[in-house]
Design a protein around this ligand. Structure first.
Ligand code: HEM
Length: 408
């Protein structure tokens, strides 16, 4: 039985997941927080569990022992009263809120945002392109999604660096000390509540104004729901996208044949391989290692194991997406992989609402980076790279690179 949740595991969890898939596909384990939970690692079981309505997203269904109270959700969320967000609720509330937000956050909203994402990407690369070196997490993958979401929501530019700092606190300490994180969440929430009040009297062409306007049969989001929605868009869309860019760039740099293929395609103006490639990068080493928490509302079985009422169930997306029963040669990176129905964005009613935006950001970031800095290479031995040891997300702390400086 391989050891889980160690540093070695954080840098490469895939061998342990292969073992679990084969020998203990639905496995009860004690998490570093002390909470006991089931890990579901096979693709077929994972897909079924993600869509199973008997598995609730509402943490009130968890019979958690008192020492584990509050260790299953977003840090500080209980205190900050942000419980009414999509990832913590079930139908019928989920259905109503998701319908309302989908009216404001449409694929068209995202498509219209494409030029701005390109501009942000180029601006960030401009800042380090002449230096010949960068830390791609700090200088690129981290700021891009936060500025993009702030712009989309309608946070004025002069306030966006505050968001960058609060988000930085959350990403650095996500699995660790809670004090600073709770304070950042509180500040963000206070800011969003104030912004919502401002936009209500002075609406603009942005997502927050859209959320306030959105109505369904005359029904609107309450102020608290709109604030929680803005917060979950930031929270769910930030670290995930940082890691898509970080893990994706790392995978491309360490698979030179695939990277050259992609660079050839980009040079020929063929964007098809970039689109299938970003999907493959999500499957191969996606940002969300484990789907967010689910709790059994009644006794059920998954993969032949009996799950009791109140038990937490964690679906291991990273394990399911390397399941040889579903994907041919699953440990190989193949940017043109067909039949690639990966679970990187989840499945069922909680399927990622931001997938169109994530795709846009991922494709723009990776495509532009490889085009502008074609000889991008690691400036550090891969064995020395540090991965964040959080439970839900998988991503690098830093990604130092070198390249031929761009001439201005
Ligand atoms: C849900 C992945 C980017 C907003 C999810 C879920 C996954 C996921 C796996 C389902 C979690 C579960 O069922 O437990 C990703 C990945 C991203 C990404 C891999 C980047 C590559 C974004 C972005 C946004 C976003 C950019 C918005 C700005 C959401 C929301 C939900 C969600 C609101 C909850 C949907 C619901 O419960 O109905 N995402 N996400 N995500 N995502 Fe994303």
């Amino acid at each position: 039985m391989p050891e889980l949740f160690t540093w070695e595991f954080a840098s490469d969890p895939y061998p342990a997941y292969a073992w679990l898939r084969e020998h203990a596909p639905v496995h009860r384990t004690t998490l570093p927080s002390g909470v006991e939970a089931w890990l579901v690692t096979r693709y077929a079981d994972a897909r079924q569990a993600l869509a199973d309505q008997r598995l609730s997203k509402n943490p009130d269904h968890h019979d958690e022992p008192s020492h584990a109270k509050g260790k299953t959700g977003i840090p500080g969320e209980r205190k900050a009263d942000l419980m009414t967000h999509l990832l913590n609720i079930d139908p019928p509330d989920h259905t109503r809120l998701r319908r309302l937000v989908s009216k404001a956050f449409t694929p068209r909203t995202v498509a219209e945002f494409a030029p701005r994402v390109q501009e942000l990407t180029d601006d960030l690369i401009d800042r380090f392109a002449a230096k010949g070196e960068a830390d791609l997490i700090h200088d690129f993958a981290f700021p891009l999604p936060i500025y993009a979401i702030c712009d989309l929501l309608g946070v004025p530019r002069e306030d966006q660096d505050d968001f960058r700092d609060w988000a930085g606190m959350m990403i650095r300490h996500g699995g660790g000390p809670r004090g600073g994180v709770a304070r950042s969440v509180k500040k963000m929430r206070g800011y969003l509540a104030e912004l919502i009040r401002r936009k209500r009297s002075d609406p603009g062409d942005d997502l927050i104004s859209g959320l306030i306007r959105a109505s369904d049969d005359g029904e609107h989001l309450t102020e608290n729901e709109a604030a929680a929605m803005a917060f979950i868009l930031l929270f769910a869309g930030f670290e995930t996208t940082v890691n898509l860019i970080g893990n994706g760039t790392y995978a491309l740099i360490t698979h030179p044949d695939q990277r050259e293929r992609l660079q050839r395609a980009l040079a020929e103006g063929d964007a098809g391989l970039l689109a299938t490639g970003v999907e493959e990068l999500l499957r191969f080493d996606g940002p969300v290692e484990l789907a967010t928490w689910r709790f059994a509302t009644e006794p059920l079985t998954i993969g032949g194991r009996s799950i009791a009422t109140g038990d937490p169930v964690l679906v291991v997306l990273a394990a399911a997406d390397r399941d040889p029963a579903r994907f041919a040669d699953p440990d190989a990176l193949d940017l043109s992989r067909r039949d690639n129905q990966h679970l990187g964005y989840g499945h069922g009613i909680h399927y990622c609402l931001g997938a169109p935006l994530a795709r846009l950001e991922g494709q723009t970031a990776l495509g532009t980076l490889l085009t502008r800095l074609p000889d991008l290479r690691l400036a550090q031995d891969p064995a020395d790279l540090r991965w964040r040891g959080g439970l839900i997300m998988r991503g690098l702390r830093t990604l130092p690179v070198e390249f031929t400086p761009e001439r201005t």
